[in-house]
Design a protein around this ligand. Sequence first.
Ligand SMILES: Nc1ncnc2c1ncn2[C@@H]1O[C@H](COP(=O)(O)OP(=O)(O)OP(=O)(O)O)[C@@H](O)[C@H]1O
Ligand SMILES: [Mg+2]
Length: 271
Amino acid sequence: MIHLENVSKVYPNGTEALNNITLDIGKGEFVFIVGPSGAGKSTFLKLLIREEKATFGKLSVNGRDLINIKKRKIPYLRRTMGIVFQDFRLIDKMTVFDNVAFAMRAIGEPEKSIKKRVGTVLKIVGLEGTENRRPRELSGGEQQRVSLARALVNRPEILIADEPTGNIDPELSFEIMKMLVAVNRRGTTVIVVTHEHELVRKFGGRVIRIAEGELDSDYFISTKYNPQKPAPKPAGDESAAPPDDDDKQQTDGSAEKPEQNGSSDKEGGQQ
Ligand SMILES: Nc1ncnc2c1ncn2[C@@H]1O[C@H](COP(=O)(O)OP(=O)(O)OP(=O)(O)O)[C@@H](O)[C@H]1O
Ligand SMILES: [Mg+2]
């Protein structure tokens, strides 16, 4: 579904943000992107949504070649994606309702289904009743959840989130992550950038670590939320079980490689 081959990104000022990245992300995967500040994580996401163009290499998403894609085709690419930006990018002139409805209006959905769906996603992120407020009248965490609601509204094939728990207290972060797991169970590929080691350990899944623009490691942490993919084994797949509220960590650590090797990542605020 996502294919990168020797991808590098050099910004016009000469900064080499990504260097020679080769990897594939399959449909339905749950992926964390981790690494120190300035490593190139946001740049990686920006290449996937074609906000930035790779300087070298091959990159395709859902069979679309993102190197040679025509500008006018980019909106079609983005329609298959839900995006939570690191800086939210909510439109302050619009109400919460209109911010979330925006993507549905863009594809010409009828107002009646917009109303229903926006109500549903606002409920999912715990923001019922904020429909008529403006983003600036909300806390950072609330704005982050509006941004998540907006990303979910069109039932994307791929959900891409840059630090979706960056402004949120530990409990709410946990809830947001559970929402992302639930979205993933319904078949959406989820790619989450985070600095919060605690969340990565707790929720697991595929962990891609980028350091100084390079692919540093790529491994799998098996947890109850993201059990190891049942390779070529028969039956016994529990992956359809809904996430529960049990706070206990059940990492079996089969392929675990906690990243404690002296990076400059800020620690997550989990107490
Ligand atoms: N538009 C740009 N022009 C030039 N350099 C940029 C641009 N955007 C990012 N960079 C540089 O590219 C490198 C990677 O930046 P990026 O934003 O991808 O890092 P990050 O891993 O997301 O960091 P953080 O965890 O702090 O968000 C950094 O050195 C950054 O300064
Ligand atoms: Mg970033």
